[in-house]
Design a binder for this molecule. Sequence first.
Ligand code: RFL
Ligand code: PHB
Length: 389
Amino acid sequence: MKTKVVIIGGGPAGLLLSQVLDQRGIESIVLERKSREYVLQRIRAGVLEWGSVEFLREAGIGERMDREGHLHDGTGIVWSGKNHCVLDTKKYTGKPMMAYGQTAITEDLYAAREAMGGTVIDEADDATPHGMLTDSPYVTFRKNGDEQRIDCDFIAGCDGFHGISRKSIPADVLRSFERVYPFGWLGVMSETPPLDDIIYASHPRGFALASQRNPMLSRYYIQCELDANVEDWPDDRFWDELKIRYPKEIADKIVTGPSIEKSIAPLRSFVAEPMSHGRMFLAGDSAHIVPPTGAKGLNLAISDVFYLSRALTAFYNGNDASYLESYSATALKRVWNAARLSWYLTTLLHRFPDQTDFDLKIQENDLEYLANSENAMRNLCEQYIGLPF
Ligand code: RFL
Ligand code: PHB
């Protein structure tokens, strides 16, 4: 087979890249290791920055998001069992956040790729990039046991944190920066009406988050031990622990019910530099991971695709390679901003095992400063809504 761009990974980054390239007349083939059913049942992100909303609309997949997504002017933070502040992004930036699940975005992208006749090869095993430093790279993979090869001009590594693309860059070229946090998030999905707003909570027993997918689907998280097991967290225990971490008037409004999904995710910050190697370009979680506090991971995958699709468009339609050359440096500026914000919010809102009374006082002071300073709030809202692409 032959195409212009082979995209390794059919998550949001890979599917969105193929969609945007197709709109601009640039053909690609997506190779996804898992089955479509598996990709579509993964439950992950839920909140979109305004720049992501606009780019998804431009990509032709905004229709259902605009119908079913929930616009939020503000996101709450509560602490000390009583105090609260609101990240009023509408007031400070003029833009709302959108609650719309990654699962729905992935469904919309698959539907759009099918409608446009895009090629997504699922259950593609052992995808391997070759010849990245030549002008004629190619990717090999196995489908139903048969070895296949696709010749191409460029390879896009959109295969997530555990993918092959980043690992194919020689160790003496790639530099990585990492922080692993000493806790995880236990997440629950339940078919119950969510709270009106997304609310982060900092409590002596740990962090909690109330989020949502639609009027009858809620998503909640609590900070948990790294070695926690979902089996040790029956629904009743989860709901009791969640409610303890919110002030009573909010806890009383949480509607509980049977969970339809329960999972634990460790928290990590990770950035790999550079995000390109010869004719291979990394986008999304393959190049960076942020802890989910701040909801930046999916949004970064979308902004990477914005930069990479612009670079490939300039190359094919404008005979201009300069954006490809600057892709890594441009994308990394935004990545580091989100990495810093996610680290900051994680540090601000979680309990750390080695935290001293001094650290707790600093945390509380930081929250009070946010609640009482328009400047501090404007600064945080500017980053929470996401810097312009
Ligand atoms: P993905 O979604 O991991 O997709 C990568 C795809 O590549 C496939 N793959 C391969 N395919 C072919 N060959 C190989 N060798 C391959 N290796 C892997 C995988 O099967 C997969 O389909 O990465 P992508 O596209 O970069 O998208 C990134 C986002 O998924 C991620 O940043 C967010 O989900 C992170 N995240 C959140 N981000 C937000 O913006 N807001 C949130 O609220 C939020 N919550 C979360 C999250 C991530 C979580 N987990 C479990 C990691 C909550 C959780 C629990
Ligand atoms: C979610 O809805 O899954 C969600 C919302 C906000 C976050 C992280 C996850 O910061």
